[in-house]
Design a protein around this ligand. Structure first.
Ligand SMILES: Nc1ncnc2c1ncn2[C@@H]1O[C@H](COP(=O)(O)OP(=O)(O)O)[C@@H](O)[C@H]1O
Ligand SMILES: [Mg+2]
Length: 198
């Protein structure tokens, strides 16, 4: 089997941007956010369990998860959040694993997981973890600009993620995304060469 590496980092650190750069160079990307989205889209595998646990009103007319309603619910209710995660996380893990081990021409696979270290279910089967890093102020500025969320909301999300220092300590490789996209591209290319040669 070709090696699989994790790619993680705090919100707005640049994970998706970095993943796209690796993909352009020929890495296979398995994106757990995309998997989660598919599981909760119309006819998604998680929809029956969500309907059973939360009721019909959390499923929109098209059969997909009513995201705004669920977001409001899990934001104010830790039990609901835990129930939703208990449905989604095992399915996401299973699908990420099977996508990551499926045959591929790519030299290696990157599994993008925002809460990789926090979840505790990825590190044991990955060959290493790449962390995308930048200062918190930069994370906030990028996320506010991209999403339109206000600063307080972004800080609240960051408070639920691991500390920057702890994340860096657990990294096998660090991509420093404090500069230009050209600087980012250079780091990705250098790391891609090393990962491809292993
Ligand atoms: N080095 C960079 N220079 C300029 N903009 C960047 C850079 N890195 C990321 N961005 C922008 O910041 C935002 C957040 O990046 P993104 O890759 O979506 O982060 P994440 O997936 O970690 O939340 C995006 O709008 C992205 O285009
Ligand atoms: Mg992203």
């Amino acid at each position: 089997m070709k090696p699989c590496y994790g790619l993680t980092g705090g919100i707005g650190s640049g994970k998706s941007t970095v993943a796209r750069l690796f993909e352009t160079l020929g890495a296979r990307i398995v994106d757990t956010d995309e998997i989660s989205h598919r599981l909760t889209a119309a006819n998604g595998l998680a929809i029956p369990a969500i309907r059973e646990t939360f009721g019909d009103r959390y499923i929109a007319d098209d059969g997909a998860l009513d995201r705004p309603r669920m977001r409001a619910q899990v934001f104010s209710n830790p039990v609901a959040k835990q129930q939703l995660q208990a449905i989604l996380h095992p399915l996401i893990l299973e699908q990420a694993k099977s996508a990551a081990v499926a045959p591929s021409d790519a030299p290696y696979t990157l599994v993008v997981v925002p809460l990789l270290f926090e979840s505790g279910r990825y590190r044991d089967w990955l060959s290493g973890v790449i962390v995308v890093d930048c200062p918190e102020a930069q994370q906030i500025a990028r996320t506010v600009q991209r999403s339109g969320l206000d600063e307080a909301t972004v800080r609240a999300i960051m408070a639920q993620q691991m500390d920057r220092a702890d994340r860096l300590q657990m990294a096998d490789e660090i991509i420093t995304n404090t500069g230009s996209l050209e600087q980012l591209q250079r780091q990705v290319s250098e790391l891609h060469e090393r990962l491809s040669a292993r």
